[in-house]
Design a protein around this ligand. Sequence first.
Ligand SMILES: Cc1cc2nc3c(=O)[nH]c(=O)nc-3n(C[C@H](O)[C@H](O)[C@H](O)COP(=O)(O)O)c2cc1C
Length: 177
Amino acid sequence: MKPILILYASRDGQAQRIAQTLAVHLNTWPVQLCNLKTPPAPITSSTAIIVVASVRYGQHHPEALQFFRQNAKQLAHMPLAIASVSLSARKGDGSPNSYLKKLIHQYQLAPFAALSIAGKLNYPRYGWLDKQIIRLIMRMTGGPSDGISCIEYTDWPQLTAFAQKITAHLRQDNADG
Ligand SMILES: Cc1cc2nc3c(=O)[nH]c(=O)nc-3n(C[C@H](O)[C@H](O)[C@H](O)COP(=O)(O)O)c2cc1C
């Protein structure tokens, strides 16, 4: 059986953790986990592609954008699922937020599952400038702006439901031959 390819783009590790957890949930399939910083094998040798990418300053990481740009044609013919990781997603219910909608629109993607999932606030990790900007964003959105908090907002049951949706879709695909 061809593997499910899970690709992630992360800076502080939360999107990577989410991708790893997804791999555990999908363990009834062969799964290949790959950092998008290392170019993946040809994607056409996979059953499905799942991209997990976090957001910085309003954009998904450049390696994720590059992946979509370079593979848009093949992705149009493959099962694709996307999980977008951001702090603003803590306010949502998992349905695609503006970052994810923009990404889907920009690369004309047609994912069968798309999730906006909350990441982690980790002030101690941020450099001075990033910390001030995140404090401002958090102040504007009603989150902690103390500059010291470390809070994981990720809704893990939401990720479990996402994994179940992926499994159901791929089983159906398999059954349809
Ligand atoms: C420098 C910086 C910029 C960020 N910009 C945004 C943003 O524009 N919108 C948002 O919702 N979250 C933003 N975040 C929050 C991250 O998306 C969140 O912390 C995520 O968990 C980081 O994922 P990672 O650990 O995989 O890098 C930002 C975080 C940092 C450190």
